[in-house]
Write a protein of this length. Structure first.
Length: 278
């Protein structure tokens, strides 16, 4: 029996670009965030193979959302049987085709369609579309026999599908912020509480200010807040002279990686905490 090596790799789209292709190994998906609504219940994605060997690709829908573990590291939490308390769209979303074989350099269109119930309340509903790619087995000649052999590497790309019905809103509250220099890094922990009826999609800007108010270090990272979480961020911190600084966080609903029309507006949130460098 041929040996099989399986590797699971998840592209959560948590802090990755959502309008450019997500690529892991040879398989790619574009875009990696799809938005549907009552006026546009059909969408499409492109799945392609940038490798030099054929790939077997399967596609499925599962309910999930961005969460964070006890350390503050983000991950996608999947729930196989979401109850009515979860805004799942999985049961009334469809995808076609669900399985394709991609030759090297080939790409295919995958259609996603929504068939929501007639009495669906206004709000935002989610699902995750999982694209699994596995290198197709190859035929190998051994004397006068033909066997299927090779190493199979499975790749999973997790994209988001969002359905919005009626008017929806979003917002964000930051709380319990702590900033600690550690070796050559700055570790920031912050609570993120989502407001409104839809996920918060935006960018958080981190700025270190000196006592004169000048910005001496700055970073930015996109965030997707579906449920209230505590997030941990780590940034490279070039040496700063010892002293007292201010870390300012600013959350805005701007995302260069998502079409402007798809990002729900919300009030800009600003929060500042003291930062001591020894």
């Amino acid at each position: 029996m041929p040996r099989r090596l399986t590797r699971w790799i998840v592209a959560a789209g948590i802090a990755a670009a959502l309008l450019i292709p997500t690529v892991i190994g040879a398989v790619y998906v574009s875009p990696t965030a799809l938005f549907l609504d009552d006026d546009n219940r059909n969408g499409q994605l492109t799945v392609g193979n940038r490798g030099t060997e054929a790939e077997e690709v399967s596609i499925e829908l599962r309910f999930g959302f961005v969460d964070a573990d006890s350390s503050g590291t983000p991950f996608i939490r999947f729930i196989d049987d979401p109850g009515p308390e979860f805004p799942s769209a999985t049961e009334w979303l469809g995808v076609y085709p669900q399985r394709v074989r991609l030759a090297p350099g080939e790409k295919r269109t995958v259609r996603v369609f929504a068939r929501p119930p007639a009495d669906l309340p206004n709000g935002e509903y989610w699902s995750r579309l999982i694209v699994s790619g596995r290198r197709a087995a190859i035929d190998v000649a051994t004397g006068d026999s033909l066997v299927r052999a090779g190493v199979n590497v499975e790749v999973r790309l997790v994209t988001s599908v969002t359905f919005r019905k009626g008017a929806v809103s979003t917002g964000l509250t930051l709380h319990d912020i702590a900033a600690t220099p550690y070796a050559d890094s700055l570790v920031v922990r912050t609570g993120m509480e989502r407001r409104g009826t839809a996920a918060y999609l935006g960018t958080v800007y981190f700025e270190v200010l000196d006592q004169g108010g000048a910005i001496v270090r700055e970073w930015a990272t996109p965030v997707s807040v579906h449920v209230s979480v505590t997030r941990r961020f780590v940034f490279p911190l070039e040496p700063l002279p010892p002293g007292t600084y201010t870390l300012r966080l600013r959350a805005e609903t701007t995302r260069p990686d998502i079409a402007e029309a798809r990002v729900l507006p919300a009030r800009t949130v600003t929060y500042a905490v003291p930062l001591t460098v020894e």
